[in-house]
Write a protein that binds this ligand. Structure first.
Ligand code: G1P
Ligand code: ZN
Length: 543
């Protein structure tokens, strides 16, 4: 076995974002760039020598090359076994499930989530720890520190291995076990949900469409929905994972999943539509001509979880990210369980799940999940809704409007301003921070700011503090405006503005969201001086 120690230079811009390192493919293709990051991870992840790792990615451009490099480096760094998805494919939630099921020391996921793929688009890598969840901040900070001074990395000098066929082979002393990406995950889902009940519903003519957006969930959805649940052979559209996602933007929202949206228009023969993103952790839920906001979806899941086999004993608690609407808070209150408000990013749910403080959690950004893994899980959410429809025998819109009647409705939307000059975005946020004292108690038309702050979170399990997590304006009627800068963009800065208004009275509900929120949207724009500072008259994306 020939282990090379290659001398290398550090790259000073490798700082991992919210969930690992995410950059343009061309950046990753620089000599030693990926290798530096991987060696730094192997250095920081103590005691992984002689252990097993999980490895796979969403199939985007550079996935294949990166897998081969990482396998050669894993062998040179004394890893004893790697479970790798066939053809290098694994969804993010499947990696999390595999780490947990096989008790491995962690896993490496290759993905830039919902960002586009291709030679000129994005690539990413992240390390998940033993509990199946993203590495926490101290870990990613340590990886960054090490990568600043790295001088060499270990790699074995060998040819690429064939990842097309299932089975075991060796690289040096390391065993590579090429596994079916779907089997273990599908098995886990079959324990959480009543597959028989869902199958009966499909057998009696229920029709749905699932848009895999030419990303990783295609094979998963085909196996589970079409083969195991009998949903019919054309249920999954854009099923084949492609390196450039067919030129699309694999983000399941109303803008990017427009093909699915049009399939669910009026008079559609389908009762249910769903989509997932590049790496399979996000979800969008549609009824006939009806969009379920991710915040409502989380609240409805929480209110009904006890009806499904995996959650029949009820929930220990729930959590939502701070910008997510407070719809789930109202459910938690009724159920008499705790609702935690965390900063944006899935990693903050990890401790709460590990400590059994919560069973369900979610974010407004089309992500929800439970204690079955330590990532958000797109197909899981789709199966949750399918099971719920099968139990309730109601349409999506009926389920949602019944929920609003019972708990009230949180009108909600998010405005994204993309690729803003970073300095301008930083100044805009600083101006908000500087204005907090003055904003306190201020009135704007019908709305009065009762409280405002720069959100800070103290983890109830390890007491770690995360500050500077977004500006919150809390109004006296329960409305909220939140501002924060994205941690996942790869070009300039993305400003996200979240606007929310609560309407308890059922007779006042079912209004047009943009109309209901129009006054608050004006206030949001004025307070942050969005037009004067950025020159933008409208957001790039409204969800
Ligand atoms: C976005 C979402 C956030 C999610 C993250 C990873 O992060 O807003 O909820 O956890 O992607 O999928 P952001 O770009 O806002 O930092
Ligand atoms: Zn994702």
């Amino acid at each position: 076995m020939n282990i090379l120690k290659i001398t290398t230079q550090a790259f000073d811009d490798q700082k991992p974002g919210t969930s690992g390192l995410r950059k343009k493919v061309k950046v990753f293709q620089q000599d030693n760039y990926l290798e530096n990051f991987v060696q730094s991870v192997f250095h920081v992840a103590e005691n992984i020598q002689g252990q097993t790792l999980v490895l796979g990615g969403d199939g985007r451009y550079y996935n294949k090359q990166a897998i081969q490099i990482i396998l050669r480096m894993a062998a040179a760094n004394g890893i004893s076994k790697v479970l790798v998805g066939q053809n290098g494919l694994l969804s993010t939630p499947a990696v999390s499930a595999l780490i947990r099921k096989h008790n491995t020391a962690g896993g490496i996921i290759l993905s830039a989530s919902h960002n586009p793929g291709g030679p000129d688009a994005d690539f990413g890598i992240k390390f998940n720890i033993q509990n199946g969840g993203p590495a926490p901040t101290p870990f990613t900070d340590a990886v960054y520190e090490y990568s600043q001074n790295i001088s060499s990395y270990n790699i074995i000098d060998t040819d690429d291995i064939d990842l097309n066929s299932l089975g075991q082979l060796n690289i040096g002393d390391m065993l590579v076990d090429i596994i079916d990406p779907v089997t273990d995950y599908a098995e886990l889902m079959s324990h959480l949900f009543d597959f028989n009940n869902i199958k009966v519903m499909f057998d009696s003519g229920f029709s749905m469409r699932f848009d895999a957006m030419h990303a990783i969930t295609g094979p998963y959805a085909q196996e589970i929905l079409e083969n195991r649940l009998g949903a019919g052979p054309c249920t999954v559209i854009n099923a084949e994972p492609l390196e450039d996602f067919g030129g699309g933007h694999p983000d399941p929202n109303l803008k990017h999943a427009h093909e699915l949206v049009s399939l669910l228009r009026n008079n559609s023969q389908h009762s249910f539509g769903a989509a997932s993103d590049g790496d399979g952790d996000r979800n969008m839920i549609l009824g006939k001509n009806f969009f379920v906001t991710p915040s409502d979806s989380l609240a409805i899941m929480a209110a009904n979880a006890h009806l499904l086999p995996g959650y029949k004993n009820g929930l220990s608690g729930v959590a939502r990210s701070m910008p997510t609407s407070a719809a789930v808070d109202r459910v938690a209150e009724k159920l008499g369980i705790e609702c935690y408000e965390t900063p944006t990013g899935w990693k903050f749910f990890g401790n709460l799940l590990d400590d059994n403080k919560i069973t369900l959690c979610g974010e407004e950004s089309f992500g929800s999940g439970s204690d079955h893994v330590r990532e958000k899980d797109g197909l899981w959410a789709v199966l949750f809704w399918l099971n719920l429809i099968a139990v309730k025998k109601q349409s999506i819109s009926q389920i949602v409007t019944d929920h609003w009647a019972r708990f009230g409705q949180n009108y909600y939307c998010r405005h994204d301003y993309e690729a803003i000059d970073s300095q301008i975005a930083d100044d805009l946020m600083q101006h908000l921070v500087d204005s907090l004292d003055q904003l306190q108690g201020q009135s704007f038309g019908n709305y009065q700011i009762e409280n405002c702050d720069n959100f800070s979170y103290t983890d109830p399990v390890d007491n770690s503090v995360s500050s500077n997590q977004g500006i919150r304006l809390l109004f006296s009627d329960g409305s909220r405006i939140v501002y924060r800068l994205s941690g996942t963009g790869t070009e300039g800065a993305t400003l996200r503005v979240y606007i929310e208004k609560y309407e308890p009275d059922v007779s006042q509900q079912n209004g047009d969201t943009q109309l209901v929120l129009s006054e608050l949207i004006e206030i949001a724009n004025t307070v942050a001086q969005i037009l004067t500072r950025t020159g933008r008259t409208t957001p790039d994306v409204i969800t």
